[in-house]
Design a protein around this ligand. Structure first.
Ligand SMILES: *Cc1c(COP(=O)(O)O)cnc(C)c1O
Length: 425
């Protein structure tokens, strides 16, 4: 009989992994204090004290700016909202194009549509899975108004190079840094290298406030435009003395004092939470590098990777079995992995049917941009054949458990010949 758990052997990881939780007693007490005060939000939607939020919102934003080393932080109720505010602040509108990667959460590519602009997809790099700078350069057109780079899985995109490229072309670079708190490129935090950087504080990220997002910028004008979009811009532009009225219609993207209270506590423990994920993933990478057909995550020189995902590449030709069979066997051993991340976004019905705002195909009807399958071949190969992922932000794994995960991986790898044709059995 085989030793592999998938064929009835004893699993290498005997118990299911505990869930990761970053929330503790400090957060509970901070929320209780706000609730007892009776003032759950300090925001006013008019031009008076409170337009920029209550006391804890101010404090949270100040402390976030200090921690990440940026001039302004604008808190919002999600990273999705943050991307909408950022794209609006950048002045994106109908007729414009925004270059984005196809391998990311859908919000990245949808944010330009909120202003009647279309996303143009640039392919990704096969080692970091982040947007390919050279493909961005090829796709810049006279219509390009902004680029959104995603620091995917917690590894920075080529941010300094992309910023230089964007400045040369007079366009805005936005970082979607939802997955990369404390990631770094060349000594600077991801989320602070582009003109605007957007963080997520949703439940699945390294630290969270349930729902939430933070937008960082050093630019006074972009900061104010995001604050206006966050809070009913149209009602206050006169008093605020704003003369560029583009996209100055606002939403309600505000957070509560309770969210800010939780965020202030989460920020205090961010190093501990990020470092714990980093340590385990570095151990997995060190111990599992060099296995035939397996490539552990690459960390580019000068970068800090914070591992929202630990992303392994599988070469089925060298491995001798499919990624799917390998992943199935790993899961049976108690090492939770999955194949691929999100489908390349241009394959979504939104782009295939070219239907977004209303029923007439706007804004795609105004654009020649195409979304054919095969558009980004590297992304498609990674998604459909090579990428296998473990989610460190889902599980609370210490170094002893990491040893078990490593044993599970080695065991499946050693017995991989038994997995040939597993799909058919
Ligand atoms: C989670 C995530 C978002 C959206 O974050 P929300 O706060 O849930 O809106 C956007 N982009 C990426 C890359 C993400 O991982």
């Amino acid at each position: 009989m085989s030793e592999l758990a998938i064929f009835g052997g004893k699993p290498a990881v005997p118990e299911s992994l505990p869930r990761y939780c970053s929330i503790g007693e400090a957060e509970a007490q901070a929320v209780a204090r706000v609730v007892r005060s009776g003032c759950l939000s300090g925001f006013y939607g008019s031009w008076r004290k409170g337009f920029f939020g209550g006391e804890l919102v101010h404090r949270f934003e100040r402390e976030w700016s200090a921690r990440f080393g940026c001039k302004h932080t604008v808190s919002v109720n999600s990273a999705t909202s943050g991307l909408v505010a950022a794209v609006g602040a950048a002045g994106v509108g109908p007729g414009d194009e925004v270059i984005v990667p196809p391998y990311t959460m859908s919000a990245t590519a949808v944010s330009p549509l909120a202003y009647g602009a279309v996303p143009v997809f640039a392919d990704i790099e096969e080692d970091t899975f982040c947007i390919d700078r050279d493909d961005v350069a090829r796709k810049i057109s006279p219509r390009t108004r902004a680029v959104i780079a995603v620091n995917l899985f917690g590894h920075p995109a080529r941010l300094h190079e992309l910023r230089a490229l964007c400045e040369e072309c007079g366009i805005i670079l936005i970082e979607d840094n939802a997955q990369g708190p404390l990631a770094e490129e060349n000594g600077k935090y991801a989320g602070t290298i582009a003109h605007i950087g957007v963080f997520s504080l949703n439940y699945h990220k390294h630290i969270h406030t349930g729902e939430g997002g933070m937008c960082c910028t050093d630019d006074d004008r972009l900061a104010l435009r995001m604050q206006l979009i966050r809070n009913h811009a149209e009602s206050v532009v006169e008093q605020a003395g704003v003369d560029d009225l583009s996209n100055m219609f606002g939403f309600n993207l505000r957070i509560t004092e309770m969210s800010a209270a939780v965020g202030i506590e989460q920020l205090k423990s961010i190093d501990r939470h990020v470092e714990a994920r980093e340590r385990v993933c570095q151990k997995l990478s060190t111990e599992l590098s060099g296995l035939a057909g397996i490539t552990v995550p690459v960390v580019r020189a000068g970068c800090r990777h914070v591992y929202y995902l630990w992303s392994v590449r599988v070469d089925p030709a060298v491995l001798g079995c499919t990624r799917e069979a390998f992943a199935k066997a790993l899961n049976a051993e108690g090492f939770p992995v999955y194949c691929g991340y999100v489908r390349p976004l241009y394959l979504l019905p939104l782009f295939q049917k070219r239907m977004a705002l209303g029923r007439q195909g706007f804004p795609f009807s105004q654009s020649e941009v195409r979304y054919d399958s095969g558009l980004c071949p590297v992304c498609e190969r990674m998604h459909f054949r090579e990428l296998m992922a473990y989610e460190p932000t889902n599980w609370d794994v210490d170094e002893d458990t990491a040893e078990l995960l490593i044993m599970a991986f080695r065991k499946v790898h050693a017995h991989r010949a038994e997995l040939v044709g597993l799909e058919d059995k």
